[in-house]
Design a protein around this ligand. Structure first.
Ligand SMILES: Nc1ncnc2c1ncn2[C@@H]1O[C@H](COP(=O)(O)OP(=O)(O)OP(=O)(O)O)[C@@H](O)[C@H]1O
Ligand SMILES: [Mg+2]
Length: 360
C-alpha cells in the first residue's frame, strides 16, 4: 500500500465501501488486492460476523499494519486469505487477487503452493509453531529440501545463511539446537528465518512481538525493517499496539468489529486521525514524556457483539461524538486526502469536536 493513489476516484471524494485504494507499483498493479471480504463463523447461537466487507490493497514491497482491539477480525481476515480458517469459519464473499489470481478460489494444492512459496506467515508464539522434538536445523532444512529440491548439505548451508540473516550468532552450531534451548526472541528469529526460506513476496506477521519483552520486541521490529529493505518483500504487520508500527510500515489500517474504519499513511494517522476510534486508540497509547502515575485512558464501553451485524457505524455505541444517522447507516470509507480514508461521517468536524471537548 505504498505509493500514491493512482485511481480516478483519488480526487473524487466519497468512495464506495467496496472501493480499494489502488496501491501503486512499477507496473501499477498491486501485489494483493482484497475486495469486500466477508467472513463468518457458525456457532450454536447463530452466525458470528467476524469480517464484514473489508477492502485494502498492498503494492509490491509495500507495508501495512493492521491495528485494532482484540476480536476486531485482524487475524481471521488474514487467515481467510490463506485458506487457514478453522472448520467453523467460511469466506462468504469478496475476492483477494494476489499476483493475478484470486486466493479465495484456489484449489487446496494451489493454496499450499502459495503458502509454501509466495506468502509466509509468522505468528505470536513461536513455541506453538515450532516442533519441540525436532532440531531447529531439521525444521529449517525440511522445507528447503522439499520445496526447493536442495540436497541435505545445500539445505543445511542455506539454513545457516538464513539464521545469520536473522541475526542469530554462530548459526552453524545453533542448527543442532532444539527450540527450548533458544530464548523467546531467538525462537521468533527462527520463525522469521523459516518464513524467509521460501523467498516470499509477502510476509504476514501476526502479533510477532507480543510475547516478547520490550527490548527484544524492538530488536525484532528492527530486524523486520532491515529484511524488508534488503529483500524487498511486502509486509502486513498485525498488532493491537499502535506504538509498535511507527517507523516499521508505511500505512496503517484500523479495524473494528470486522470493518475498516480508517486507513492512512502512518504519519498522517498519528498527526491527523480522522476517526473517533483511532483518536481513542492514540489517546490510550503511553507516551514517553507523559505522566507515569496516571492511568492510561481507555476507550469506554465494550466492542460490539458480533452475533448481530451492526446496521450503522459499529463504533456508534462508544463514540463520544455520535449523531443519530451514525446508528442507522453504515458510513462508507471517504477519501480525506491522498491515501487517507475514514469511515466517519463527521471526519471534517473532528478538530472542532476535540477542541470543544478540551475547553472547560
Ligand atoms: N474459531 C472461532 N470460532 C468462532 N468465532 C471465532 C473464532 N475465531 C475468531 N472468531 C470470531 O472472530 C472475531 C475476530 O477474531 P480475530 O481472531 O480475527 O480477532 P483479532 O482482531 O485477531 O484479535 P486479537 O487481537 O485478540 O488477536 C472474534 O471476535 C470472534 O468473535
Ligand atoms: Mg489476532
Amino acid at each position: 500500500m505504498t505509493g500514491s493513489r493512482s485511481g480516478p476516484d483519488a480526487t473524487r471524494g466519497p468512495a464506495r465501501p467496496d472501493d480499494s485504494p489502488p496501491a501503486a507499483s512499477d507496473d501499477g498493479r498491486p501485489l494483493l488486492e482484497v475486495r469486500d471480504l466477508v467472513v463468518r463463523f457458525d456457532s450454536d447461537a447463530g452466525p458470528i460476523h467476524a469480517v464484514n466487507g473489508v477492502s485494502w490493497s498492498l503494492a509490491p514491497g509495500g507495508s501495512m499494519a493492521v491495528v485494532g482491539e482484540s476480536g476486531s477480525g485482524k487475524t481471521v481476515g488474514m487467515l481467510s486469505l490463506l485458506g487457514l480458517l478453522p472448520n467453523t469459519g467460511r469466506v462468504e464473499g469478496g475476492e483477494a487477487v494476489f499476483e493475478g489470481r484470486d486466493l479465495l478460489r484456489l484449489s487446496p494444492a494451489e493454496m499450499r503452493e502459495v503458502r509454501g512459496g509466495k506468502i509466509a506467515m509468522v505468528f505470536q508464539d513461536p513455541m506453538t509453531s515450532l516442533n519441540p522434538v525436532l532440531s531447529v536445523g531439521y525444521q529449517l532444512t525440511e522445507g528447503l529440501r522439499r520445496h526447493r529440491g536442495l540436497s541435505r548439505r545445500q539445505a543445511r548451508a542455506r539454513a545457516a545463511e538464513l539464521l545469520d540473516l536473522v541475526g542469530i550468532p554462530d548459526p552453524h552450531a545453533r542448527l543442532d539446537d532444539y527450540p527450548h534451548e533458544m530464548s523467546g526472541g531467538q525462537r521468533q528469529r527462527v520463525m522469521i528465518a523459516m518464513a524467509l526460506s521460501c523467498d516470499p513476496s509477502l510476509l504476514v506477521a501476526d502479533e510477532p512481538t507480543t510475547a516478547l519483552d520490550v527490548t527484544i520486541q524492538a530488536q525484532i521490529v528492527e530486524l523486520v525493517k532491515r529484511l524488508r529493505t534488503e529483500l524487498g518483500m511486502a509486509i502486513v504487520w498485525i498488532t493491537h499496539d499502535l506504538s509498535v508500527v511507527a517507523g516499521l510500515v508505511d500505512r496503517v489500517a484500523v479495524m473494528y468489529a470486522g470493518m475498516l474504519l480508517e486507513e492512512a499513511p502512518v504519519t498522517a494517522l498519528y498527526a491527523h486521525p480522522r476517526h473517533p476510534y483511532t483518536i481513542g486508540l492514540l489517546r490510550s497509547m503511553p507516551t514517553l514524556d507523559g505522566p507515569t502515575h496516571t492511568r492510561l485512558p481507555s476507550i469506554e464501553g465494550a466492542p460490539p457483539d458480533l452475533r448481530t451485524r451492526p446496521t450503522g457505524c459499529p463504533f456508534a455505541p462508544r463514540c463520544p461524538w455520535v449523531v443519530d444517522p451514525c446508528r442507522v447507516e453504515r458510513p462508507s470509507l471517504e477519501v480525506v486526502s491522498g491515501e487517507h480514508r475514514s469511515a466517519c461521517r463527521r471526519w471534517r468536524e473532528l478538530d472542532a469536536l476535540e477542541a470543544m471537548e478540551a475547553s472547560p
